[in-house]
Design a protein around this ligand. Structure first.
Ligand SMILES: C[S@@+](CC[C@H](N)C(=O)[O-])C[C@H]1O[C@@H](n2cnc3c(N)ncnc32)[C@H](O)[C@@H]1O
Length: 240
């Protein structure tokens, strides 16, 4: 769609800090409460060797990309993982710092590099935070340099089959909407729709092999609400 771009995404999030904090704090997003929060926690903890009760391997480190007000950082920290959250929006990061454990910093995806993120991570997780086009392509290019050799990149996103709506099933910019959210939200962020094939290509083209694919279902509606993809860096055998 003409006229929509990555910059408008951050402009929208800057304006919606307060209603977003309330939406998470007061559990206003049904699909998260019913399905997707637990799905991402279980995926991260199982791929890290931890489990949700906090038993298992601890001390692995996780980067929570586009952490918002930090709920996932806090939940993963409780399982024994060492988690850093990053987000472009100062108001969300400030709130995250007041709400509990975790290390938080302000950083735009466009600024991600091995210089701005010098540490290496066992897991990078992006929970409903990869919304744009060029910014997401950039993230995928940089993440291999900030992951350890056996590291994992995990994303959760809107399920492309149910999220496509009446539009054609092809990549492209879509108008945003706050339908179903509280009155406090304004100026919805546009988003870049990707097919399942396109998400897989992002992983493959940037050196990952698929380690997991899930389509968490809301059993009330019988429909998949999200898509979880996890990729491991492909380590090619050394040829003598
Ligand atoms: C739907 S919220 C998800 C927040 C959090 N991951 C969660 O599960 O609640 C999307 C987040 O992505 C962040 N974000 C979007 N584009 C970004 C960019 N270019 N750089 C940094 N953060 C960005 C927004 O600020 C927002 O906090």
């Amino acid at each position: 769609m003409i006229g929509l771009d990555d910059k408008q995404i951050l402009a929208s999030w800057q304006k919606n800090v307060s209603p977003w904090i309330d939406a998470i704090q007061y559990k206003q997003i049904e699909s998260r409460v019913q399905v997707t929060d637990q799905a991402i926690i279980e995926t991260v903890t199982s791929l890290s060797g931890n489990n949700v009760s906090g038993n298992g391997v601890s001390g692995k480190n996780v980067l929570d990309v586009g952490c918002g007000e930090g709920w996932l950082t806090r939940e993963l920290t409780k399982t024994g993982l060492s988690v850093t959250g990053v987000d472009a929006v100062q108001g969300l990061v400030d709130k995250a710092k007041t709400l509990g454990e975790g290390d938080f910093r302000v950083l735009e995806y466009e600024q991600f590099s091995d210089k701005t993120i010098p540490q290496q991570y066992d897991i990078v997780v992006c929970n409903f935070s990869l919304i744009g086009n060029e910014s997401v392509e950039h993230i995928f290019k940089v993440i291999p340099s900030i992951l350890r050799d056996d590291g994992v990149l995990i994303i959760q996103t809107l399920n492309p089959h149910t999220g496509c709506g009446e539009s054609a099933y092809v990549d492209g910019w879509r108008e945003g909407s706050w339908d179903g959210f509280s009155q406090g939200f304004c100026d919805p962020a546009p988003w870049y729709f990707r097919t399942v094939e396109s998400w897989m290509q992002l992983f493959i083209n940037n050196g990952f092999v698929l380690a997991d694919l899930k389509e968490p279902v809301n059993y009330r509606t019988g429909k998949p609400v999200s898509l979880i993809l996890a990729g491991k860096l492909l380590s090619l055998p050394v040829v003598a």
